[in-house]
Design a protein around this ligand. Structure first.
Ligand SMILES: *Cc1c(COP(=O)(O)O)cnc(C)c1O
Length: 387
């Protein structure tokens, strides 16, 4: 058995050793080792996390006698503060759905829902590139699972046709915008597939799309007009919504079922009420942030125009845009060069992405100006021509 030290050495030799970066975010910028850089590595897609006007407005609504920084118990005991109900009712209303349920994080949602709703008579069909939290949920479930090739709907449709009669329930699990490639799943096609099989459930993770896509920022399902066709629509508050937590949009029956069976909901301390108040405050504002969404879409198109042709077939269609560089050492080297030019980008390496596709993950925020983007694009073009 290899010692821990030798395993760490092996990671280091391959350029894959991870460290917790020391840094200090300040609005759109980030200071590290005394250098100020444009932060292109956060998930603060709408640029709300350090918005002083929003923070002040929120703080003015608080009364120290009433606000609480901890719930001190599970929701099933004394942690279910009234703000949970207000937030869940508001989400259900926005989505035009029967119900919604809020969780401590996207990780809690994805690692808890699938184990709760599946059993050994279920089959999970999951996209090859789904987020680690979904992979862990699959690992905890008793269902059989097949991973289909990324966005390969011919393969998915064949797997469904072959297996629909063999299992009580089938769960097709995917993301709307994918974390690492920034591309999207074909929601109308998935919905059409669902309607051909009465025992097929659609599970969609909109972590990167909530706040960013759709006329009211409700995500890609809103953009495509298919909210009502998704059985489990998961969104998170830690990205564009600049808060913490996650939610699922589902039927009232499913909500009750999850409240009774979902271990990552039952066996954890509820979110602090103050965070739920902030989430509700942001959710109420985010619907009308159309200009921010349009600006983000515009700068995304500009960066994709330059990077998509360089990425060997990986085609982003969103504000998450990879710059694929191949071997890890190369990604590390280019990340350092871009950092020296004032762009805080980090290498993403195996096992997060497949070997040979190490990359930088550019995560745009609506706070970036057109000028910032032009400087980014020309710096990348210079570096690219020197590789
Ligand atoms: C970030 C993310 C999560 C996890 O959400 P947290 O609230 O950060 O735990 C889940 N799914 C996807 C696709 C994500 O990008």
């Amino acid at each position: 058995m290899d010692s821990y030290a030798s395993q760490l050495d092996a990671l280091s030799r391959k350029g894959n050793l991870r460290k917790l970066p020391e840094m200090e975010p300040q609005g759109l910028y980030l200071v590290r080792d005394g250098q100020e850089m444009l932060n292109l590595s956060s998930n603060d897609y709408l640029g709300l996390a350090d918005n002083v006007a929003l923070k002040s407005e929120f703080l003015q609504t608080l009364d120290p006698r009433k606000c609480r920084f901890s719930s001190t118990s599970s929701r099933l005991l004394t942690g279910n503060y009234p703000v949970y109900t207000r937030l869940e009712e508001r989400l259900a209303q926005l989505y035009g759905a029967e119900s919604s349920l809020v969780f401590n994080s996207g990780y809690h949602a994805n690692s808890g829902i699938l184990p709760a709703v599946t059993d050994s008579r279920s089959l999970i069909l999951a996209d090859k590139l789904v987020h680690a939290s979904i992979v862990d949920g699959i690992g905890l479930s008793k269902a059989r699972c097949i991973r289909y090739r990324h966005n390969n709907y011919e393969q998915l449709e064949r797997l469904v046709a072959e297996n629909a009669g063999e299992y009580d329930r089938l769960f097709v699990v995917t993301e709307s915008i994918f974390s690492m490639d920034g591309d999207e799943s074909d929601l109308p096609r998935l919905v059409a597939l669902k309607h051909r099989y009465p025992n097929l459930y659609l599970y969609l993770d909109e972590a990167h799309a909530f706040g960013v896509r759709g006329p009211h920022g409700l995500g890609c399902a809103e953009e495509h007009g298919v909210i009502g066709d998704i059985d489990f629509l998961v969104g998170t508050f830690g990205k564009a919504a600049a808060s913490v937590g996650a939610f699922v949009i589902c039927s009232e029956e499913m909500k009750q079922y999850l409240v009774n069976t979902m271990r990552t909901l039952i066996f954890t301390t509820a979110l602090p009420p103050i965070n739920l108040e902030w989430t509700l405050f942001i959710v109420n504002k985010i619907c009308d942030m159309t200009e921010r969404r349009e600006h983000l879409a515009r700068i995304g198109r500009r960066v994709r125009e330059v990077l998509n042709p360089l990425n060997g077939g990986i085609l982003s269609s969103s504000h998450i845009i990879p710059y694929v560089l191949g071997e890890s050492e190369r990604a590390v080297d280019v990340a350092l060069r871009l950092q020296r030019e004032g762009f805080y980008l980090l290498p993403v390496r195996p096992p997060t992405v497949p070997a040979g596709t190490s990359r930088l993950r550019i995560s745009l925020t609506a706070e970036c100006s057109e000028a910032d983007i032009e400087r980014l694009v020309s710096t990348i073009q210079q570096i690219q021509s020197s590789l």
